[in-house]
Design a protein around this ligand. Sequence first.
Ligand SMILES: [Zn+2]
Length: 259
Amino acid sequence: MGINVAYLADEVIEKGAEALLAEYARVRGVSIDGSIPIDDIIEKHLKLGMEFDDTHRLFGVSRSGNGLDPDVLGAIFFDQKLIVIDESLDPHTYPAKEGRYRYTAAHEVGHWQLHRTLFSKNPAQTSLLETSAPPSFICRTSQAKERIEIQADLYASCLLMPRGAIRKHWAQSFGTDKPLVFDAVRSQPFVNRPRSFGLRPISEILAELDPSPDYLFNKIAGDFARHFIVSTKAMRIRLERLGLLLACAPDQHTLPFGV
Ligand SMILES: [Zn+2]
């Protein structure tokens, strides 16, 4: 949609997502662990409506690729306080899409938290857009590279996969908060084994299969993805961004958790 938004540091976006989680946990008297209750956060805490619809018909947008892949996964109507998710992601009909559904919903929360003032009809609150700005924002996969979409994606990632919860699960799974370095586990037994590999050292599995970092990282990301109910792809991106999955030994100065 060509919407210009101001640069926001990643840390600012992450702190925003963490603040929302902390507020939700405090108000509801719950602790945040494992899969984030995104539906509750949207409907009970933020008091936003959520519906499934055929977004392509709704917005008159064609599907991408072979005409079957959804281009519009979600949209938000700021004035109506309504999130619309494409029906192809309805987890009741398509349970395998639950991870993508949750990410899309969290992405729309990102727009609500970060960008809604840009779309306000109230001139006093309108800074970058004209007062006739549309009250809705449609998220298109084909525009995923735009800054406004990248910001909402990062927000979704931080909301569904909070740094603290990921680190805690990592420590429980591996017995350490150190990153997994592919080159290192290849050459020596890795004493702390992901549960998905049972009781066998990773080095044995590697010796048998000689997998690529891709194989091992996707196995680990898949294991974590099931715990947090997100897609393997989203989890892998998050684990790599947190510096927990590394292909080779990192520069000591850039280690993420002071390891
Ligand atoms: Zn979006």
